[in-house]
Design a protein around this ligand. Structure first.
Ligand code: SF4
Length: 435
């Protein structure tokens, strides 16, 4: 049976329906095909709303697109605070004036994702929407017809992009992929590894969140070992991660520094950027960014949304164990990313499985640090799930930015996150602080 004929694979236990909050339309630029662009480029937007006057609405990447260095030829040009220029009074102005069918195809499909494999197309939802983060709405399993319609739209989008790029290869999603940089794997091999990692999300009684992420890293390390020594990857199904090696490990200075920089990029910088806009300041220059980073490194403090200045060292202090609700949320997060296969490969700018996985771990760790900072600020002993929702929404949007990078930057991410144990010491410390 070809991929076309196989039934669409839909994740279990995942729900979604738009709740109309308007928060999805910020945090990243939206990619447009040339056909999408043709629908909106000649409209005199400035005359239709003062908010659209005197600003650039689109960013052009046609040259990079033709060279295979950009996934889309055109992007919306987000406001410096990250909001889409067409977001007016919390509603889409294109939708309101021209109708839904004139919105960029990506927006019509949002937040659904589709990744083609030899076992069929796997559907998912991105966590860039609060409704999907909170798992609100009807179960996706009950919305098959709608999802199949979205899949059709996705196929049209891919065909359009292929035509506009002048490509002839049949299925980009089925092309080569790497387990780690320089270690190619087939889909069959990937599915063996994925199944072993998925089993972590089904364990009862549920493994503690940090141990789940640590175990997943160990599974990937073992998969690399098997692959590099030309052994049968099906052995991975029997592999039992040994987490005792991480029991007393503390992060190195380099790991602490790298994580602080990630927190700055994911949680602090969007805040500073927004504040500059509110204060009518110019967009930050590279020097401004460097100054802010140096400030963080010298003071060991940074600002987190809704909780003010946070001491990075203090946020590693002990709190009560995570609630079963948070453990469930984290397992569902990993399950959906694995099932949807959007964390690596063509959906993530060509990242290897390991590099993509490390982005997920970084998001989980940063969310927990954010949750701890919020709890400590409120004088509470336990992380609140609402704080975790906020951080996952914010950080997942940063992942979209990674998926839009290409060329040297994508290579840098791939090489920098090439080890499946890059965050293991940080995870071990987090586990100790929440037990
Ligand atoms: S074009 Fe419309 S739907 Fe798409 S991100 Fe902008 S405001 Fe939202």
């Amino acid at each position: 049976m070809t991929e076309e004929k196989k039934p669409l694979q839909i994740p279990e236990g995942i729900s979604y329906n738009c709740q109309g909050c308007g928060r999805c339309c910020s945090g990243f630029a939206v990619g447009l095909t040339l056909k999408d662009y043709d629908k909106v480029k000649d409209v005199d937007w400035a005359s239709k709303h003062p908010q659209l006057a005197g600003i650039e609405l689109f960013a052009h990447r046609e040259i990079e697109f033709a060279d295979g260095l950009s996934p889309f030829p055109i992007y919306t040009k987000a406001h410096p605070d990250g909001a889409c220029p067409f977001l007016v009074d919390n509603l889409c102005f294109i939708h309101g004036t021209l109708g839904e069918s004139e919105k960029p195809t990506l927006c019509q499909m949002f937040p659904y994702t589709f990744v083609g494999t030899p076992k069929g197309v796997f559907a998912g939802v991105s966590h860039s929407s609060m409704a999907s983060v909170r798992n609100l709405g009807r179960p996706l399993l009950e919305q098959r017809e709608m999802l199949e319609g979205m899949l059709e739209l996705n196929k049209q989008l891919q065909a359009q992009l292929k035509e506009e790029a002048g490509k002839t290869d049949d299925n980009v999603a089925l092309s080569s992929m790497n387990l780690a940089p320089g270690i190619p794997i087939s889909w069959d091999e990937y599915f063996l590894i994925e199944e072993r990692m998925l089993s972590l999300t089904r364990q009862e009684p549920f493994a503690d969140t940090c141990r789940m992420w640590l175990s997943a890293g160990e599974i990937l390390a073992e998969a690399i070992r098997l692959k590099s020594t030309a052994q049968d990857l099906s052995l991975i199904s029997q592999f039992k991660p040994n987490l005792s090696i991480w029991q007393d490990k503390v992060p190195t200075s380099f790991e602490n520094l790298m994580f602080a920089l990630l927190c700055f990029r994911g949680l602090t910088w969007p805040l500073i950027r927004r504040r500059r806009i509110q204060n009518n300041q110019k967009p930050a220059s590279r020097l401004d960014i460097l100054r802010c980073v140096l400030g963080v490194l010298i003071t060991k403090k940074m600002e987190f949304p809704n909780c003010g200045s946070v001491s990075i060292e203090k946020s590693t202090e002990k709190l009560d164990a995570l609630s079963p609700e948070i453990d469930h949320f984290m397992r569902q997060y990993l399950y959906l990313k694995l099932f949807g296969k959007t964390y690596f490969g063509s959906a993530m700018g060509g990242l290897s499985v390991v590099a993509g996985f490390n982005h997920l771990v970084a998001t989980a760790l940063m969310s927990l640090i954010y949750g701890k900072a919020c709890a400590m600020k409120k004088g509470e002993r336990e992380i609140a799930i609402a704080d975790l929702y906020e951080s996952v929404l914010l950080l997942d949007k940063q992942m979209v930015l990674v998926s839009q990078t290409s060329g040297q930057m994508a290579l840098m991410y791939d090489q920098g996150f090439a080890s499946p144990r890059v965050f293991s010491r940080l995870l071990a410390r987090m586990e100790r602080s929440l037990s």
